[in-house]
Design a binder for this molecule. Structure first.
Ligand code: SF4
Length: 362
């Protein structure tokens, strides 16, 4: 695992500690990731104390600035996690993540535990913060609509190995690995007319997911792949561009017999269906997000911070998102990432952000 050109795989605890200023994490479960015995002020201020960072106006002021930044009321500094809703707790976790102005944020299923409407708010908040701080995200997710919405590059993993990686649009339009094609076909589309219009055919994989401790020889997907041949059992396929040159240069697939566009069209599955489905699902996130949250006052009638407006459509740096082993099951391992040097950091100076509207625990 390399970070900023440096191998960090075997670093000791002491050498990892300063690196943690640059590497932070957003956890999946906003309930268990916050200590119920600590106040919000203690939780969000912990990174400053642990890393010995001094802020210009003190830790309390820095924490309150962070709470404003993520759309929470800074006056809730002394409240406990159980007094907040799920979406608000996830914002507390994001505030803690941003305290040290990291360069790389690993987000492990950051919205999967949240209500759909709140998911859109948190995704858009992450998008805004990426613009503001020049963050690089590694997002681990199973929800392909979230992956498509938030990512620049997408890596698909099976049994702990990347089987396909490419720019978001190219990968969704031209999935080449059989597992990616199966994943795309598994995206549920609630409207039957849309389902038919997309010419969609569900790819049903047979058999169980093998044990990651003792994976199959050769290609790890061979026990469930409808294209498997003898060579798949003996030679692990390298991660490389398809031999037919049918994808972008930086689109890699680990398969001896990648699925072609012609195959997908012939079977009614794949490109058109997957691309159409994913595009519609990506749109649904924008719709679910609704108008900017900025006009909403705090639920308890507190002051409303300055609205920042939505982020531009473009995104910074690399934000690979990962789907793993089986649609709807299992957690994906993190993906190594290399990020470039970011801007200099100023601790404790943030401009306020729109208020959270995902209240139910105020
Ligand atoms: S290498 Fe063989 S078994 Fe593996 S995904 Fe490709 S065709 Fe299927």
């Amino acid at each position: 695992m390399r970070f900023q050109g440096r191998d960090i795989t075997h670093l000791s605890q002491g050498k990892l500690r300063p690196l943690r200023r640059d590497l932070q994490m957003i956890f999946q479960d906003p309930y268990s990731s916050l200590n119920p015995r600590h106040t919000v002020g203690t939780i969000v201020g912990a990174p400053y104390r642990i890393q010995g960072v001094r802020t210009e106006h003190g830790v309390k002021r820095a924490v309150q600035d962070l709470l404003s930044l993520v759309g929470l009321n800074p006056e809730h500094y002394n409240r406990y996690p159980h007094e907040f809703s799920g979406g608000q707790r996830q914002r507390i976790g994001i505030a803690r993540t941003l305290a040290l102005r990291p360069r790389l944020v690993i987000a492990d299923e950051p919205v999967s535990a949240l209500d759909v409407s709140v998911q859109a708010q948190v995704v858009n908040l992450m998008d805004d913060l990426q613009q503001e701080f020049g963050l690089t995200y590694v997002v681990i997710a199973h929800d392909l609509s979230v992956v498509r919405h938030i990512s620049d590059r997408v890596a698909v993993m099976y049994l702990g190995k990347i089987v396909e990686i490419g720019d978001r649009d190219d990968l969704y339009a031209h999935p080449r690995h059989p597992y990616t094609v199966a994943l795309m076909s598994a995206v549920p589309v609630p409207d039957p007319s849309r389902r038919d219009a997309a010419g969609r055919e569900r790819v049903l994989l047979t058999g169980d997911v093998p044990s990651p401790i003792d994976p199959p020889s050769g290609c790890r997907f061979r026990t469930r792949c409808w294209k498997a041949r003898d060579i798949c059992a003996t030679e692990p396929p390298p991660l490389a561009p398809p031999a037919d040159g049918s994808t972008a240069a930086n689109h890699f697939v680990a398969c001896h017999f990648p699925v072609s566009d012609a195959e997908q069209h012939a079977s009614g599955r794949g490109q058109s269906a997957a691309a159409a489905t994913a595009a519609k699902l990506a749109q649904s996130i924008e719709i679910a997000a609704g108008p900017p949250e900025s006009a909403a006052p705090y639920p308890d009638g507190g002051g409303t911070p300055e609205p920042p407006g939505r982020a531009a459509a473009t995104r910074g740096a690399v934000a690979p998102a990962v789907a793993d082993p089986e649609p709807g099951t299992g957690a994906a391992p993190s993906t190594p990432a290399v990020v470039e040097e970011g801007p200099a950091r100023e601790y404790g100076t943030h401009r306020p952000r729109h208020a959270a509207t995902d209240e139910d625990g105020q």
